[in-house]
Ligand binder design. Structure first.
Ligand SMILES: [Zn+2]
Length: 462
């Protein structure tokens, strides 16, 4: 789909080295005034966009052959129409609207860019987007890719893109990162980092337009852009997005000793890329551990439909594991629930039962018949309290001591060893009970015999 070595196609935006004309770009710090933007972090989005825009502006001034404007330089209200009108009034070649993101689930992280959905703007937008995403990825951000969104009537969904198009100006929305994502926190937690974004934005603009800077000692006139031609872009508008079609969770291996379990997630989406997945340990009540779907790449034609997934679970109770996958447009599908049960739980219950028998002399069966059907009801017995819950944590990279290829039999051996140990423990308890009982009987017998002799003596005395 994308070729970096291909020549620039005619649909590309005019570049400085091609036209020799002065380039005019307008930077739009998103929101302002009453329109505060995302308030999911300590500092409102409207202030952050202003800091980033100011840094982008200052950086771009270091390049030759470019005139730069900002739609606002203070915390003031400005409609989307007014922003586009301003850009048109100064003869802008391109309008960049700067933003910071937040997601409905407060789960998504990374960087993304919204571009117009129709030619020729989609091509200009796409070519810039790939350069800009390259800068963001180089900073270490997860790359959420290039996106379009339209309304039911076919208009652009985002007002600033819609209004820009009315004036024939390619307008893109730069969503630098998510202010409600801890994965992104390290990218925006100081003003200097917000300025870093602005400088990276400026570098992307300079590369896209092939600018030179004597001050910075750089010459981007040779920068090649990705080839963009509409039929090949394959960017479905978010408006028509559907959730992933399938998401199935399968427990494939279970280590009875360590509590480590391995799952396979099978998921598919015929329209969009699978981008994230996360898990629940309470059957879907709460979710955690969101991570990038293995093999995800923002510009891949398709991604893999199967992923390995590892957890370490507490062995003394059942855990209802469920996963869900998100596609690149935040649509999600949940899997079936897998109940993970360890035999350790049954063994604990059985050992505790023996202990009770030995200490209380209670030889009766408790009201929960865990000996007959321990699989299902051992967990609700109170006898296992006092054993601390084991920690539950996820590890994606390694799954030590549990190599699938070599250890299929090893795991079984470990189980058998453990069973053997438990059986020995029980045997010792039974022997102890047996010995105790025999000893007691002997003592009783001897004492009765003695008493009998004494009685005989007493009787004789009488
Ligand atoms: Zn915004």
């Amino acid at each position: 789909m994308v070729s970096f070595s291909a020549p620039i196609v005619s649909l590309a935006a005019p570049r400085l080295q091609d036209t020799g004309e002065e380039l005019v770009i307008v930077i739009d710090p998103g929101h302002g005034g009453e329109n505060e933007g995302t308030d999911t972090s300590a500092i409102l989005e409207k202030y952050r966009t202003l800091i980033t825009a100011q840094a982008m502006y200052e950086e771009l001034l270091k390049y030759e052959g470019i005139t730069v404007y900002m739609t606002r330089t203070e915390d003031v209200d400005m409609s989307l129409r007014e922003r586009a009108e301003f850009a048109a009034s100064v003869g802008a070649d391109y309008l960049f609207s700067l933003h910071y993101n937040a997601s409905e689930e407060h789960a998504m992280y990374g960087t993304e860019i919204w571009i117009p959905s129709t030619a020729p703007y989609i091509d200009y937008g796409y070519q810039f987007a790939e350069v800009w995403l390259g800068e963001m990825s180089a900073m270490g951000l997860h790359n959420r890719g290039v996106k379009t969104k339209i309304k039911n009537n076919g208009d652009e969904y985002y007002g600033v893109i819609r209004e820009g198009k009315k004036f024939g100006i390619t307008t893109v929305i730069l969503e630098h990162c998510h202010l409600d994502a801890e994965q992104d926190a390290a990218f925006f937690d100081t003003e200097e980092k917000e300025r870093n974004f602005g400088r990276a934005d400026a570098t992307a603009v300079a590369k896209y337009f092939g600018l030179k800077s004597t001050v910075l000692g750089v010459d981007y006139s040779g920068t090649e852009l990705v080839q963009a031609s509409l039929p090949d872009l394959g960017i479905p508008p978010m408006s028509f997005s559907t959730a992933p079609e399938t998401c199935e969770l399968e427990l494939t291996e279970q280590n009875e000793e360590s509590g480590e379990v391995k799952f396979i997630i099978n998921a598919s989406d015929s329209n969009e890329l699978l981008e994230y997945y996360e898990y629940s340990l309470d059957g879907g009540e709460s979710w955690q551990g969101i991570a990038t779907w293995p093999g995800y790449a923002h510009n891949a034609a398709r991604n893999q439909e199967s992923a390995e997934f590892y957890l370490t679970l507490p062995r003394e109770k059942d855990t209802e594991v469920r996963v869900r996958v998100y596609n690149a447009y935040d649509q999600k599908t949940e899997s079936n629930t897998v109940n993970v049960h360890f035999e350790y739980q049954d063994e604990l219950a059985a050992a505790a039962l023996e202990w009770e028998k030995a200490h209380n002399g209670d030889t009766g069966i408790p009201k929960t018949d865990s000996t007959e059907n321990g699989e299902n009801n051992a967990g609700d017995s109170t006898v296992i309290t006092g054993y601390p819950a084991e920690g539950t944590d996820i590890f994606y990279d390694s799954f030590y001591g549990f190599d699938v290829s070599e250890n299929a039999g090893g795991q079984e051996n470990a189980e058998n060893t453990q069973h053997g140990k438990m059986r020995n423990d029980r045997l010792i308890i039974l022997i102890a009970i047996g010995a105790g009982t025999v000893a007691t009987l002997i003592v009783i017998f001897l004492s009765l015999k003695k008493k009998g002799k004494e009685d005989k003596k007493r009787n004789r005395r009488k």
